[in-house]
Design a protein around this ligand. Structure first.
Ligand code: GLU
Length: 265
């Protein structure tokens, strides 16, 4: 176990981000087994006296499944309507699984203008802190039903870094359908290598980030790297890992060598 990984075992306040590709199957239906395992891992972290905030995508993805649509709608209005349905369903599913493990969740929906304005930003911080003090797991998403253009974050990778900053997290874990950060796109190059620890996000590394990601979410490797950069700049460690087995969260917290650690040490 390396020193950098060792410090992760001490992380008290942890933000975990999951994308639509982790929460749903390729056909758009909900992956209950995965959400169950995610709720179990996060519940264990709370049982270890850690504070956990979940940033979850999936409003539109789950809405598409719930409404039995063939694909994501293309117009903003339709997407917002689908998100309104999907967000309810998503929270219902989270609430059910977390309660199986004895925990309560609370929903926080954000838009960019809310975190940019000092007064409303402070209100959000206060609410999240109050939830955490009461042992409740805040689940944050973008308020897709009202967000458009200038008030939207656009992707939840950026949102997760902003939430990590707001709550002054020790660690941000970004789960997706890729094992971590590679020296080149693993979907296109067989000889790509996973980078276990990144000490500095250099322009060369940013060049490596071109394009990897699934079609079901909105963020790719570029937005993940930008999120890592934003969090690192505020002294927050970031681990990027594959969310296909949510038990990976426990491995990360135990200091195991999984995914890519963007260290601030
Ligand atoms: N907020 C969007 C949703 O919940 C997802 C954005 C993203 O995938 O980054 O559907």
């Amino acid at each position: 176990m390396s020193n950098e990984r060792d410090t992760l075992t001490q992380a008290k306040k942890i933000v975990v981000k999951v994308g639509t590709s982790t929460l749903t199957y390729k056909n758009g239906k909900v992956n209950f087994t995965r959400i169950d395992k995610l709720a179990r891992a996060l519940s264990d972290l709370v049982n270890q006296d850690r504070e956990v905030v979940l940033v979850s995508s999936g409003a539109i993805g789950v809405g598409v499944g719930k409404l039995k649509l063939k694909e994501k709608p293309s117009t903003v209005q339709q997407k917002q309507a689908v998100a309104a349905v999907g967000q309810c369903e998503l929270m219902h599913i989270y609430s059910k699984f977390f309660s199986d493990y004895g925990h309560i969740v609370g929903q926080i929906l954000l838009t960019k203008n809310v975190v940019e304005e000092e007064h409303s930003r402070q209100n959000v911080i206060n609410t999240i802190e109050a939830l955490l003090e009461n042992g409740i797991v805040p689940i944050v998403n973008e308020n897709d039903s009202v967000a458009f253009d200038e008030i939207e974050f656009g992707d939840n990778d950026t949102l997760s870094a902003i939430v990590a900053l707001l709550v002054e997290a020790d660690l941000l874990i970004i789960l997706s359908d890729i094992d971590g950060f590679y020296d080149c796109d693993p979907h296109k190059n067989n000889d790509s290598h996973l980078i276990p620890v990144v000490y500095q996000i250099t322009p060369k590394l940013e060049e490596c980030a071109g394009g990897a990601g699934s079609r079901r979410g909105t963020g790719g490797m570029i937005t993940k790297l930008a999120a890592a950069k934003l969090a690192n700049a505020q002294g927050i460690d970031v681990v990027m890992a594959n969310g296909s087995e949510p038990g990976v969260i426990m491995d990360i917290i135990e200091g195991c060598n999984v995914g890519t650690l963007f260290t601030t040490r």
